[in-house]
Design a protein around this ligand. Structure first.
Ligand code: CS2
Length: 489
């Protein structure tokens, strides 16, 4: 039997409210596993505690699979939380529907332009936005941005959809919705704001001023480790609920969400789901991006190339676990103090979360899109590392491991295809060159701010480590590096 509102679920699995009694107040762009494990889970808790018309219409930008999976289930799906002590499930009722905007953006635009829609949330991954981080505007050469600038009334991409929907609201005399970016970008709200206004200015100049004056783009820090669901996820959901569920997701018990409280049209009581509302998100965001995501990228590149498929396997390898610990300490030393947060305890909690034996999180998944991830995770920490006298070696190690991944070298890992929006340029940087030339070629791509590779000490450390990683097996390089780390500790 397929999961749906007609399924006779035991009380402890059912949403703690009647989903049909709540209207839709949120349109979400990017209906992947993360949104289902994080935003929708927190919204579910808010609906159960405080009610309101805050259900979510989920929109996939490219794939029709989520809508095909969720629609026959009335938007319901099983959320499984797992750790070493076992698995806990509940059925989430926060999704009021699921659609795909590819081919026909009309229904998504209509939902965003509807008076009931008060927030548009996004989890579309870093590369989907079409941001120009240097100008803090949009990137007119990004494929979706270019297509949407040419045909703004049939948008395919994030900026095009938001701007078109805001134009429809303005024309209809409605206030703008709040735009809540939930991707791991630095200063994600302000960055998206700049790109949306820049995009609007190129096609509807009057609208750009209206957006700048009226639309809120709160910054957020989002955190929940969520692997891509597999057949094992669906089998476990069926075992736990007794119903077939093609949209089930599994995740860790931990959830963190820090949000700037700026919602002119209101918001769900997300506190009920664990959200923390603060006036200034940046310090939390830097902590999470540099410590969690920075260590994740380091361990994903080094771990994948040492033959470890999952993050938990990396943490079971003592040499690699020591390098993760070194990185957590180095990253912590670059951060501003945050009242109430003990970075030592945060590091311990991260190491334990990475080691969660019940979560099969693939290193290859985290290794994707490095050109979009490295800047905020690794490079952003360098100025503070320098000004505070923090050793930069771990950042150089992470950078070299990323480049080793970009090189396609497969000494001790399975063959793979480099997944990165700049894969072709990265691959070209490796043609018949030594480590110094490779680093120079990558430095000229503008992925890192100019100061990063202009720092001679950092560049030399990176080059030397890369030369070693290209010449030897990653396992041997890691073993030696763990000795270096132990000697310096
Ligand atoms: C990971 C993140 O895939 C990745 O790059 O580092 O998705 C990470 O699992 C989340 O940010 C955790 O909150």
């Amino acid at each position: 039997m397929r999961l749906s509102s007609a399924t006779d679920l035991p009380a402890e699995l059912r949403p703690g409210y009647d989903p049909q009694a709540h209207g839709t107040g949120i349109v979400h762009l990017g209906l992947g596993a993360f949104a289902r494990a994080h935003l929708a889970a927190a919204t579910d808790a808010a609906l159960a505690q405080a009610g309101g018309d805050w259900r979510i219409l989920g929109v996939s930008l490219r794939s029709s699979a989520p809508a095909e999976e969720l629609t026959p289930q009335d938007g319901l799906y099983t959320l499984i939380e797992r750790d070493g002590t076992g698995a806990k499930a509940r059925v989430i009722g926060a999704l009021s529907g699921a659609i795909c905007s590819a081919g026909d953006p009309g229904p998504a635009l209509a939902a965003m332009a509807d008076a009931g829609c008060r927030i548009v949330t996004l989890t579309v991954t870093e590369k989907a936005y079409g941001l120009n981080r240097a100008t803090r505007g949009c990137d007119p050469d990004h494929p979706a941005v270019a297509a949407d600038l040419a045909a703004p009334d049939r948008p395919q991409g994030v900026l095009g959809l938001i701007v078109r929907a805001l134009e429809m609201r303005r024309a209809g005399g409605l206030a703008p919705f709040t735009v809540l970016c939930c991707d791991n970008l630095p200063e994600n709200g302000p960055l998206l704001r700049g790109a949306v206004i820049d995009f609007a200015r190129r096609i509807y100049p009057g609208l750009a001023d209206w957006i700048a004056a009226e639309t809120s783009f709160p910054a957020t820090m989002v955190d929940r480790i969520t692997p891509a669901p597999t057949d094992a996820t669906r089998a476990e959901a069926a075992r736990l609920t007794g119903a077939e569920d093609l949209a089930a997701v599994e995740t860790e018990p931990f959830l963190q969400w820090v949000i700037e409280d700026s919602f002119p049209l209101g918001r769900p009581a997300w506190e009920a789901g664990g959200a923390l509302f603060v006036p200034e998100v940046t310090p939390y965001e830097e902590m999470k991006l540099r410590m969690l995501n920075g260590s994740h990228s380091l361990l994903a590149y080094a771990g994948f190339h040492a033959g470890h498929r999952y993050v938990r396997d990396v943490m079971a390898d003592p040499a690699l676990a020591a390098l993760v610990r070194r990185h957590l300490s180095a990253a912590a030393a670059t951060l501003a103090e945050l009242p109430g947060i003990d970075l030592g305890a945060y590091s311990d909690a991260l190491a334990a979360r990475f080691g969660n034996p019940a979560i099969a999180h693939e290193t290859f998944q985290i290794a994707m899109d490095g050109s979009e991830k490295m800047p905020q995770r690794i490079f952003a920490a360098l100025p503070e590392a320098r000004s505070r006298g923090v050793a930069t070696r771990s950042f150089a190690f992470a950078t070299a491991a990323w480049l080793r991944h970009a090189s396609g070298a497969t000494h001790d890992c399975p063959p793979y295809e480099l997944r990165d929006p700049r894969a072709a340029e990265l691959t070209a940087a490796f043609r018949g060159r030594d480590a110094a030339e490779i680093v120079a070629a990558v430095a000229s791509m503008g992925i890192a701010p100019p100061g990063v590779f202009a720092d001679e000490g950092f560049r030399e450390e990176t080059q030397a480590l890369l030369a070693d990683m290209l010449a030897r097996s990653m396992t041997d390089v890691i073993a030696d590096e763990a000795r270096v780390a132990a000697a310096c500790a």
